[in-house]
Design a protein around this ligand. Sequence first.
Ligand SMILES: Cc1ncc(COP(=O)(O)O)c(C=O)c1O
Length: 345
Amino acid sequence: MNFLDRNEFNFEPSQKVVDAIRNFDPKDLCFYTRIYDQGKKSVISVRLSEIYNVPEERILLGYGGEDILKNVVHYFLMVGERKTILIPEFSWWYYNRIAGECGGNFEMYPLHETEDTFAYDVDEVIEYTNRIHPRMLLLASPNNPTGNGLTPAEIGRIMENIPDDTMVLIDEAYASFISTDTAYIAPLVDKYDNLIISRTLSKFYGLPGLRVGFGFIGKGHDQFISFINKYLGFNRFSEAVALAALDSDEHYRKVADDMEWGRQLYKRELDMLPGFKVYKSVANFILIKYPLEISDELKKALALNDYKIKFMTDKGLESCVRITLGRREQTQAVCDTIKRVFLKK
Ligand SMILES: Cc1ncc(COP(=O)(O)O)c(C=O)c1O
């Protein structure tokens, strides 16, 4: 089966990752890491601190990005009186769930459909945040499932114009596929104490099964850092693989090029067909509006070819599919199937 429904990685891990797994010494698992003796949480946070230029103590680590998001939302909604998180109208369902788990509630701000994307209206996000004054504001960049992102300048403008007792959590799980810029992170988290940026090795680095997420937080949150940290260290096997992945950007950039090939193929082949719209994507998936009446046929045809894509059910996106960008032959097969089913109607 070709799973193009959950934004996983349909390519090969880098050679460095493969070597790190093969050369891992099982005896390393017989001991806790000793790095906490030096006041550091993990070899990964030490390496991330060098790459992103953020002090090690303000690097967050977790069991995937989901764990960072969950810890952040649970902590900040549970400590203090205000229990609301403001999230984008179309976004990952998991944000609502983790807010609900700790007795929090959510409100939504709109995303606006434009000619080729769903866009944040930065002024509107600022207005909503000032009016509602939530405990947390969630921004996702790139956003799942719409595929659009925010620029560092837009993030800066939001941070500058909202109350500083609203914690801002930017979910950047899908970062790096298009933009390679990471230099904006350190100045932002150095300047704004109420900012957290969450990333992961699951998407660009293609290791969702490894379960490693990381993040960056503004100054002055020692109690939260103690809450999220693991006292006896992290998984030593995952650490070895993560270090190899972080050292393999060249390999994963090539993969990102294949994904760009896929974006262009969908745009070229489907965008001009009546009833279709291929949204701009800066992530490892693409959102495509299609004529809903072909839905049943399309599901059947894809299943026959052993392909799974995501048929959206979110209110307002019912006529869309979200397709993970896979290998070129997979993209070609899905694109051909959609076209064939449509032209037969
Ligand atoms: C928007 C978004 N954020 C974060 C994640 C977390 O992924 P992981 O826990 O594998 O890092 C996902 C996974 O699909 C996602 O869609």
